[in-house]
Design a protein around this ligand. Structure first.
Ligand SMILES: [Zn+2]
Ligand SMILES: [Zn+2]
Length: 344
């Protein structure tokens, strides 16, 4: 089967290759990929900058499709069902993280498209526990974004605690930032989104998705926007979704005393932090990486109940053969979320 493969470490090293179709073992399910999203992580793996990946490997960890085969011992999942799947293909099941349900922290977790073949190809075989059935109202286009949505749900509600009425600042209006905005709105929070000049179209979308204010940091006065929304108090939760050092600084400046900062972006290099402010403000900083099934169930429910709109975040849907154009669109930031269709 045709797959977009990262063939070796370093910049580039990407090719459409023919790889062997995976076999469905006991406890596993084979999914025919309908649509798969290109993530910032894929772009960083393509450029050789990502901190951890194991080539040769078919990229792609955000996908939805149809069950093509069900392995021995799997019950409750049938061929032909519309599904999405967590990127977790295997966990050790024995370490303290797995035992306590935090399997996203398992050191031996096999992640699709990062350490094991992913979804930029026809078929993915994964553990049955990672399969989530799609309600009829959730399209493949929306469902291909279940993974980033579950990242936001996990970070905001499991790593941090978001409450109705909270004021939230989202720094970085990419697919993750705009999904965080939608989760916050769905849970009854008020949101300011901050971006840079190149984010104009994304900030406009943030306004349509219910942000109270969408601020271009070079032009608008973010400090005034935060003060205005919070009566000078500061936001309850600041989310760093840009993966940029200045964005973390902005989060620390904007969060109230006793507030929370969620670090979801991956800066890729050490960032200088004024720890005196962390002490002084009694700020809690939480990291978040991947997700657990609890967050997946919430993410799918939010889509089913139309409390979030993931389709609106998709700017382009391209055949797998046009992956180079897709990656270029993602790098240049002209679009928002680009999906690939392996079957086309
Ligand atoms: Zn991703
Ligand atoms: Zn484990």
């Amino acid at each position: 089967m045709r797959a977009l493969v990262k063939t070796a470490k370093g910049p580039g090293q990407m090719a459409l290759l023919d790889i062997e179709e995976p076999r469905t073992g006991p406890g596993q399910v084979k999914v025919r990929v309908a649509r798969a999203g290109i993530c910032g992580t894929d772009v960083h793996i393509a450029s050789g900058e990502f901190f951890h990946y194991v080539p040769p490997l078919a990229l792609g960890h955000e996908f939805a499709g149809v069950v093509a085969e069900v392995g021995e011992g799997v019950s409750g999942i049938a061929v032909g069902e519309r599904v999405t799947a967590e990127p977790t293909k295997r966990t050790c099941g024995e370490c303290p993280h797995c035992r306590s349900g935090h399997y996203n922290r398992c050191e031996r977790r096999e992640i699709a498209g990062v350490v094991s073949h992913g979804a930029f190809t026809d078929f993915v075989v994964t553990r049955a526990a990672s399969i989530h059935k799609l309600p009829a109202s959730v399209s493949f286009t929306a469902a291909a974004l279940s993974e980033p949505l579950a990242v936001c749900v996990h970070g905001m509600t499991e790593q941090c605690s978001l409450k109705a009425g909270d004021a939230v600042l989202v720094c970085g209006p990419g697919a993750i930032g705009l999904s965080c905005l939608q989760v916050a709105r769905a849970l009854g929070a008020r949101v300011i989104v901050a971006g840079t000049r190149k984010d104009a179209h994304r900030l406009a979308l943030a306004g349509k998705l219910g942000a109270e204010r969408a601020v271009t940091v070079e032009e608008g006065d973010l400090r005034a926007a935060v003060a205005g929304l919070t009566g000078g108090w500061g936001v309850d939760m600041a989310i760093e979704a840009a993966g940029a050092a200045p964005a973390f600084k902005t989060c620390l400046e904007s969060v109230r005393k006793g507030g929370q900062i969620l670090q979801v972006g991956i800066p890729g290099r050490p960032v200088e932090v004024d720890m005196s402010q962390v002490t002084w403000k009694e700020v809690r900083i939480a990291g978040t990486f991947g997700q657990k099934d609890t967050a997946w169930r919430t993410a799918i429910r939010l889509m089913e109940e139309k409390r979030v709109d993931m389709e609106v975040l998709v700017s382009d849907i391209l055949p797998l053969g046009e992956w180079e154009r897709g990656f270029r669109l993602m790098e240049q930031g002209g679009g928002l979320k680009v999906l690939l269709e392996p079957g086309r």
